[in-house]
Design a protein around this ligand. Structure first.
Ligand code: NDP
Length: 333
């Protein structure tokens, strides 16, 4: 299967190009960039046969069956809709779109066209998160009381562009990281947050967007979720904790793109390290996506998952701006 890359991005170069090529029979034919020279340089660097500047050239190419969209966030909607209209399968980066309505439209369009449409939420592909989810789902923790997420990182210098200074491109830590945490909680608990409260701040790393946020979510089961996302914390480390009536599971250094980190189960008998698979997160995401195209199973995170993670992030933004409790609007999906 031949792919088109929509966006000459960092995430494609650091993770997704290799993950596509790790799938048997998959190759990349084309990369779309808005800048001809950058596109040509990117294609040469990554041994991609062709670089183009016109979206229709990629989505209209009969050789290309699937596209990976990793442009800045405000472009995802129009690019995905164009690809779907041409019958291409779409793996789209998070957040799916700038508005809930657009994201819902993307999912409906893909359903109608009969193409596979997925969201590249990498965390639910990690061996660590799969192991934690299995512990929760098996009942080992008892009734889940709370989840605490520590996802305050220091944005690397090479990513300190649109994310910290361009609200129109979808910048800000809420669009960038809260979506991943929402997806992870939904994946763990199998339920969707009902309402949220939040506070956001801008410490001066960028301009015009928030670089830190803390929020609390209510789950239908009664579980409470507490999250902290930031671009400005150099030394905090990441983690996730799920606390139940029978046990707690503690993940450290697991909110990451690499298959790393430690997990421990703590109960009345003490603390026990939990082992997990060390496979690549993006390789698994691409594997499930290509299998779904072949008619086997479903992507790790589909379009509905992308709509729901966006819905939670938008509610967190509304709550931070208004100071009110905000009910999460899932757009009827
Ligand atoms: P980048 O900033 O690297 O790329 C986004 C766009 O910026 C590219 O499409 C490109 O435009 C342009 N660009 C890239 N490099 C340069 C440069 N040196 N000078 C000028 N313009 C440049 O973004 P990311 O790769 O960090 O993120 C892309 C998308 O992927 C976002 O939607 C983000 O949310 C998502 N993402 C997802 C992750 C995940 O794990 N699921 C992790 C990281 C990001 P053009 O294509 O026109 O050349």
């Amino acid at each position: 299967m031949q792919w088109g890359l929509i966006g000459a991005s960092t995430i494609a170069s650091e993770h997704v190009i290799a993950a596509i090529r790790a799938q048997e029979g998959n190759s990349i034919k084309s990369v779309l960039s808005s800048n001809p020279q950058r596109g040509a340089d990117y294609a040469a660097k990554h041994s991609i046969p062709q670089s183009v500047t016109d979206l229709d050239t990629v989505v209209g190419d009969p050789d290309i069956a699937a596209v990976y969209i990793s442009t800045t966030n405000e472009k995802h909607y129009a690019q995905a809709m164009a690809a779907i209209a041409q019958g291409k399968h779409v793996l789209c980066e998070k957040p799916l779109a700038m508005t809930l309505g657009e994201a819902v439209e993307m999912v409906h369009a893909a359903d109608k066209a009969g193409v596979v449409f997925a969201t590249n939420h990498h965390l639910r592909n990690a061996g660590s998160h799969l192991a934690i989810r299995d512990l929760i789902q098996s009942g080992r923790l008892g009734q889940v009381l709370s989840v605490r997420i520590f996802h305050a990182v220091h944005l690397p210098a090479h990513l300190q562009g649109w994310r910290i200074n361009d609200a129109a491109a979808g910048g800000g830590v809420i669009a960038d990281i809260v979506v991943h945490d929402a997806d992870t909680v939904r994946f763990y608990l199998g339920e969707d947050p009902v309402d949220v409260v939040a506070k956001a701040g801008a410490s001066g790393m960028g301009q015009g967007v928030e670089d830190s946020v803390m929020s609390v979510w209510s789950m239908p089961s009664g579980a409470m979720v507490q999250t902290h996302e930031s671009f400005t914390h150099a030394f905090a480390g990441t983690g996730i904790e799920v606390h139940g009536t029978e046990a707690s599971v503690i993940g450290r250094n697991v909110m990451t793109q690499q298959p790393v980190g430690e997990i421990a189960l703590v109960d009345e008998d003490g603390r026990q390290d939990i082992s997990y698979s060390g496979h690549g997160l993006y390789v698994r995401s691409l594997s499930l996506f290509t299998q779904a195209i072949a008619g086997n199973g479903r992507p790790a995170a589909d379009g509905v998952d992308g709509v729901k993670s966006l819905a939670v992030a938008l509610a967190v933004r509304d709550a931070a701006e208004s100071g009110q409790t905000v009910r999460v609007d899932y757009g009827g999906i």
